[in-house]
Design a protein around this ligand. Sequence first.
Ligand SMILES: Nc1ncnc2c1ncn2[C@@H]1O[C@H](COP(=O)(O)OP(=O)(O)OP(=O)(O)O)[C@@H](O)[C@H]1O
Ligand SMILES: [Mg+2]
Length: 316
Amino acid sequence: MDEAVLDVDGLSVVHGGDTRIVQDVSFRLGRGEILGLVGESGSGKSLTALSLMGLLPPGLSRTGTVRLRGEDLTGHSEKQMERVRGAQIGMVFQDPMTGLNPVRRIGSVLVETVRRHQDVSRAAAREKAVEALAAVGVPSPGDRVRAYPHQLSGGLRQRVMIALALINEPSVILADEPTTALDTTIQAQITQLMRDQIQARGASMVLITHDLGVAAELCDRVAVMYSGGVVEEGPTRELLRNPRHPYTAALLAAAPNFDRSRTLAAIPGAPPSPFARPDGCPFHPRCDRAQDACSTKEPVLTVSGSARLACWNPHD
Ligand SMILES: Nc1ncnc2c1ncn2[C@@H]1O[C@H](COP(=O)(O)OP(=O)(O)OP(=O)(O)O)[C@@H](O)[C@H]1O
Ligand SMILES: [Mg+2]
């Protein structure tokens, strides 16, 4: 296999010394690849992303290794991580208002982001800012650089966030629910924009979404998270056409805009709290295929062909 752009091995997020909120997450992201991380609210998607960037909230710590183009980020200081963030890994979040300072013009934020990582003049950085806005489809970018975030629509603000994430040409984009806060039509435009930009730049992306429709459209591979761990991973089409983990199958059956021919079937019960995880497979109390072993022994994520699966009684 080619060297992975991002190689995550045994990543856990630990609370209070012993509770693992994210458990032993491993994945490899190839060049130009888009990997989806999907799962219900609370499954640990955002903490996985934040821990990759060294941005965990206080009280939480990380174990495991993260390699970016072969470079081990594990022992990096905050100062070293600042160089990685924004230059080698770009980030896009759900709510562009949290990523944009309301009292600063968007041009000045873009210029500062360029100059933090590249040794260029203010005028050259300003030119890059206008180019970056044009590339993400912001109309009249030469004027818009003077706008404040609140003067833009939600869709335009998200385009600005994408411009910010891309402006230093990072090899990896980390996007956490980038279209969730947007109207459906705008969602489709932003989804397409992200795909086009990633492809044009030969960049890779980890896309966090609870929307299987978005994952189906954008991702080459999908990893399904449940209760802090990956329970199934595979090429998107195979995984969505033939889900093997009962949780993946249940997520699909519950997806409102994925397959309209199906009747919606909400998954009964709720995911466990990381502080009260059941023995065995964490999904077994909600699983319609659970057997005796499922409540006593936790299944290990095992490679089968191009996919990985952690289940004692999967679908064929
Ligand atoms: N600072 C924290 N301290 C303790 N627990 C936390 C903290 N932040 C999040 N959690 C818990 O960790 C779990 C995973 O949270 P996370 O935000 O990663 O989920 P998520 O998959 O991104 O969910 P969503 O789809 O709602 O964004 C949840 O049970 C959450 O309550
Ligand atoms: Mg989240």
